[in-house]
Design a protein around this ligand. Structure first.
Ligand SMILES: [Ca+2]
Length: 432
């Protein structure tokens, strides 16, 4: 390297010598007079040569150093290349070698480590998820505890009737209406002969009439297969919005009808499964005392479009049909108290309590049949007509959908709108 550099320097010197030799005509190597430095005077071939000669050793030294460094770098590069080749070979040999080879083992164990690590991560993620579930469960538990505490507090408070009972009272619902009650609902009444007041549902209409409801069927939600005491005391449920079924009770019916000398009208309202509505009125209606087995009596059929089923019905089976199916004057019978005019037990056979004869043409406490129509087969072991029956409207194998039995003083039945008003009011039943 150094010689070639010198050769170049020589060429340079030669160039200068050629261009200025003719001016000065000096010899390059021996005749040069030293001067203070390049640039101080106009450059001369001698000056340049001298300057170059002076700096050449340093440049050479630097170049040699650079050369060495370059060689070192080249050596290092070669070493790296060799290492790369070696590694490549190793990889190939590892791939080629058997699974028992150490490289393979190492990589295998590395793979296993990686897999294990992945599993650990998954488990940890699952644990995090579980932790979230546990946290939310804990929150729910806390909420439930709070609810439990609230419930306990509520339960420890004294019981309060949540049903709204109207404040006005009277001897019956007409009395209540006379005292200013204008809305239907639950009222306490105390007939003159009663020793204590009892709750009734009063149906109060826009004419100021107050009906005391004594029986209600509407959906079959209450079983009317009850015994003597239950019919005496009443069963089912009274509701302020007239949505439930009940039998007010024979004793209360007796008190309501026997406490006054004023004639009482029993209004019977019926609804069939096609939605048709009909009614029947009986005046001077009275229920006897328990000593007389709550006997039913009335003066006469007072009208209505449902017909007079209480008067009995000629079914065509026997000439005595009508006589033996009439109800006026009949005592009350239940499954456990047979007061009927039949060798057998009507109430037991029909599964109800009613003013049985032998047995009935009207039977409003009968079994509830969804859809209305039923057969002997449906009627159970006895196979008799045991539905909710009013034969002067629908035959005995048709069970009515809804029934209402309610009381009102005769003097008020036509008040405010005459008899027709009653019909009109009934036509709007269920809308108000
Ligand atoms: Ca009998």
């Amino acid at each position: 390297m150094a010689p070639s550099l010198l050769a170049t320097a020589g060429g340079l010197l030669l160039l200068f010598s050629f261009s200025s030799a003719q001016i000065r005509g000096d010899s390059l190597s021996s005749i040069c007079n030293p001067n203070d430095g390049f640039g101080r005077y106009c450059p001369t071939t001698c000056g340049v040569a001298d300057y170059l000669l002076r700096y050449t050793p340093g440049v050479t030294r630097d170049l040699e150093k650079m050369q060495r460094e370059l060689e070192t770098i080249a050596n290092l590069t070669q070493g790296a290349e060799e290492k790369i080749v070696y590694m490549k070979d190793s990889t190939v040999s590892a791939q080629k070698s058997s699974p028992h080879d150490s490289y393979f083992k190492k990589s295998s164990s590395m793979l296993e480590d990686v897999l294990r690590f992945e599993k650990t991560i998954i488990v940890q993620e699952q644990q995090i998820e579980l932790q979230n579930i546990i946290s939310s469960n804990e929150r729910r538990m806390a909420e439930l505890k709070q609810l439990s505490i609230q419930l306990q507090q509520k339960c420890s408070e004294p019981c309060q009737d949540t049903v709204e009972i109207q404040p006005i009272t009277g001897t019956d619902c007409q009395d209540v209406a006379n005292k200013g009650a204008t809305s239907s609902g639950l009222y306490f009444v105390k007939p003159v002969k009663a020793t204590e007041q009892f709750l009734v549902y009063c149906e109060i209409d826009s004419f100021g009439r107050g009906f005391t409801v004594i029986q209600r069927r509407r959906d079959g939600s209450v079983d009317f297969h009850k015994d003597w005491v239950q019919y005496k005391e009443g069963f089912g449920y009274l509701s302020p919005d007239d949505t439930t079924e009940f039998w007010l009770g024979n004793e209360k019916m007796h008190l309501l009808t026997a406490s006054t000398n004023l004639p009482t009208v029993l209004r019977i309202e019926l609804v069939d499964w096609e939605g048709n509505k009909r009614y029947a009125d009986y005046t001077m209606f009275r229920v006897g005392s328990e000593a007389d087995n709550y006997r039913l009596t009335y003066g006469y059929y007072f009208g209505g479009d449902a017909g007079d089923a209480f008067d009995g019905f000629d079914f065509g089976d026997d000439p005595s049909d009508k006589f033996y199916t009439s109800h006026n004057g009949m005592q009350f019978s239940t499954v456990d108290k047979d007061n009927d005019k039949y060798d057998g037990n009507c109430a037991q056979q029909d599964g109800s309590g009613w003013w049985m004869n032998r047995c009935h043409a009207a039977h409003l406490n009968g079994k509830y049949y969804q859809g209305g129509r039923y057969t002997e087969k449906d009627a159970g072991e006895y196979g008799f007509d045991n539905g909710i029956i009013w034969v002067t409207w629908h035959n005995r194998w048709y069970s009515l959908k809804e029934t209402t039995m309610k009381l009102i003083p005769l003097s008020r039945i036509a008040a405010g709108g005459e008899q027709q008003a009653g019909v009109k009011q009934f036509a709007g039943l269920g809308d108000s």
